[in-house]
Design a protein around this ligand. Structure first.
Ligand SMILES: C[S@@+](CC[C@H](N)C(=O)[O-])C[C@H]1O[C@@H](n2cnc3c(N)ncnc32)[C@H](O)[C@@H]1O
Length: 227
């Protein structure tokens, strides 16, 4: 069976998962960071508690807290059912069961929801949608994209990926994207061609192993830097 969602689903990961997925060092955490497609992740909220700066951009931030909560509640069971039916595509080591996965994700998403209205007022949650972001050129040192590009390779075209990554490189000096596998834990069909495109434009591009693997084979990130 394959993993299928109608749309890109709101699903939230934690600060520690972001650190592991993107190999974030203490020095990285001092940078000005944009989380693109952060959705209901608790990364922004947890960074804010640590006195550090992250702006998150996502189309769902156009909605109010109750509407986001409703959308999470609607998709929560679907995501867990799909995960249950495809358990062989995941590594059940750090997270030992589908039930535990549900409660870890819900914990991150609750932290996000409690922080959302205040964070939005402070400009930490900004409504926006790739491939056009509401930020000036070079506004950030680093952009992190977790579980959007490459993961949804079937739903998001090659051209969309090119435009989205060009836009991310317009607003930041460095872009990191994780994972590089699709929903079925297969290497993204767009990856090689995207790397070729970026290298031909003069960017420094590397696929790097990280200390995080939940989807089998999903243990590398793409790092793209202006040369
Ligand atoms: C699977 S969630 C991942 C959330 C978070 N990054 C994490 O890893 O926990 C994907 C997110 O991408 C957002 N998204 C979908 N299309 C987008 C687009 N074109 N531009 C920016 N974000 C988008 C969705 O609203 C959703 O919140």
């Amino acid at each position: 069976m394959s993993v299928k969602y109608q749309n890109v689903v709101p699903w939230g990961r934690s600060f520690q998962e972001y650190v592991d997925m993107f190999s974030l060092t203490d020095k990285d955490l001092e940078k000005s960071i944009l989380g693109c497609g952060d959705g209901p992740a608790s990364f922004n909220c947890e960074m804010n508690r640590k006195g550090k700066s992250v702006v998150s951009v996502d189309p769902i931030y156009e909605q109010d807290r109750d509407s986001i909560q409703k959308r999470i509640d609607e998709t929560y069971s679907e995501v867990l059912e799909q995960t249950m039916a495809n358990q062989d595509k995941f590594i059940w080591k750090n997270i030992s069961s589908v039930e535990e996965l549900g409660s870890i994700r819900m914990n991150s998403m609750s932290q996000f929801l409690d922080d959302f209205e205040e964070g939005k007022k402070q400009g930490r949650y900004v409504s926006g949608v790739l491939p056009e972001l509401p930020f000036a050129d070079a506004s950030f040192d680093l952009v992190l994209v977790s579980h959007l590009l490459f993961l949804y390779s079937e739903q998001l075209s090659f051209d969309f990926h090119v435009q989205a990554i060009d836009e991310l490189l317009r607003v930041a000096g460095e872009v990191r994207i994780f994972p590089l596998v699709d929903l079925d834990s297969r290497k993204s069909i767009h990856l090689d061609e995207i790397i070729g495109h970026l290298v031909s434009q003069g960017y420094v591009v590397s696929e790097e192993k990280v200390n995080y693997e939940f989807q089998k084979g999903g243990n590398t990130m793409l790092r793209i830097i202006h040369s």
